[in-house]
Ligand binder design. Structure first.
Ligand code: NDP
Length: 330
């Protein structure tokens, strides 16, 4: 094993601005942990771009190597649950936030953060699942559990995004009638190929919501927040559930209590980062059986660490559709 490795690293300048560079790091620079993993793939998530641009809500101290997802091979371990050569997936917890993450060729993490790769999946397929698959899978599990599937209408917002696109596939495969909300009309055919029955432009949701509106959805997977979420809430059918996953538009939500009182709807928060490893393995295996990875192939871009420097700012501007994979061997 070479003790020096390449890592995308973010530095805070003296004037408070941030810059990203590919640098050479030593294994000794990694935090202590039970499992040393040689990373093959990571993926670009919204949270990674926040970390890379100095968002102190995500990463408090710099220099830092982001990357909340990693798939690779165990190179060293002090714990009997794993052996050298195991193919593993590490996602969430503190990885990539304040612990050096998957945008480096090596990570060292506690054993509780490490899962064996879902059976039958390649490394590339496993990283597609990563945080996005976990969040979509957790959301769908809640929709299914709380309100059933048969004849149910679901809506997915931020539909061309990492979480959204996987949610559209899983939702449709489970049997929901899925409406996808997107800002990109040009992606309507793509979203239909993933399983959406209808595609709606997000501008239709860019209005002040009524106190209560015509019920249209039994389940909502929202990745954006703001007016889109507020309108989805007042359009949710009795006993419907809204899985609140993300804030790609805003942290804000202005709503009212009427739909909750009259329709008994549930607003349900999703936290993929702190989900137990047992639940993770369950959700990944379940999602793996539902996802046709060929469908996603057309929307996957694979970049090297060097190319990542140009790519990550685009995710914050909503300019990326589908998944960006980071190939550490490219
Ligand atoms: P992506 O950037 O891949 O997707 C977000 C999508 O949201 C975009 O593709 C776009 O889709 C839409 N969007 C972007 N900007 C706006 C805007 N201003 N107004 C409305 N829609 C917008 O991000 P991810 O899928 O990785 O993450 C989505 C959200 O979920 C993020 O906020 C992220 O932090 C959060 N998240 C939460 C997790 C959890 O555990 N709760 C885990 C993972 C992510 P389109 O053009 O199709 O509308």
């Amino acid at each position: 094993m070479d003790s020096l490795f390449k890592a995308f690293t973010v530095f805070e300048n003296e004037d408070g601005s941030f810059k990203s560079e590919i640098i050479s790091k030593s294994i000794d620079d990694l935090p202590p942990g039970d499992v040393l993993v040689r990373v093959d793939f990571s993926s670009l998530n919204y949270k990674d771009a926040l970390s890379a641009t100095g968002n102190k809500g995500v990463t408090k101290k710099y220099p830092h190597t982001p990357g909340i997802d990693a798939v690779g091979t165990v190179e060293d371990t002090s714990h009997s649950s794993f052996k050298i050569g195991d193919q593993v997936i590490v996602s969430g917890y503190d990885m990539g936030q304040n612990t050096a993450g998957g945008f480096g060729e090596y990570i060292r993490v506690p054993r509780e953060w490490v899962a064996l790769m879902p059976e039958g999946l390649t490394k590339k397929e496993s990283i597609i699942l990563g945080t996005a698959g976990m969040t979509a899978g957790l959301s769908l599990r809640e929709l299914q559990k709380k309100n059933g599937i048969e004849g149910k209408l679901a809506i997915v917002t931020g539909a061309t995004g990492g979480v959204g696109s996987v949610a559209v596939i899983v939702c449709s495969k489970l049997g929901y009638n899925v409406t996808a909300v997107t800002g990109k009309d040009s992606k309507a055919d793509y979203l239909k190929s993933l399983g959406a029955k209808n595609v709606v432009n997000r501008s239709e949701f860019d209005k002040d919501p009524r106190l209560i509106d015509k019920g249209l959805w039994d389940g909502v997977v929202d990745t954006v927040g703001g007016k889109i979420l507020a309108n989805a809430i007042v359009q949710t059918n009795p006993n419907g559930i809204i899985a609140v996953c993300g804030n790609a538009n805003t942290n804000e939500l202005n709503t009212n209590v009427i739909p909750f009182m009259l329709r008994g709807i549930k607003l349900w928060g999703m936290d993929s980062a702190n989900c137990s490893i047992k639940r993770r393995e369950f959700i990944w295996n379940e999602a793996a059986n539902l996802i046709d990875f060929n469908l996603l192939e057309a929307s996957i871009q694979t970049v090297s660490l060097e190319e990542l420097i140009e790519t990550y700012p685009k995710i914050l501007k909503g300019e990326i559709s589908g998944r960006v994979l980071v190939d550490l061997n490219k």
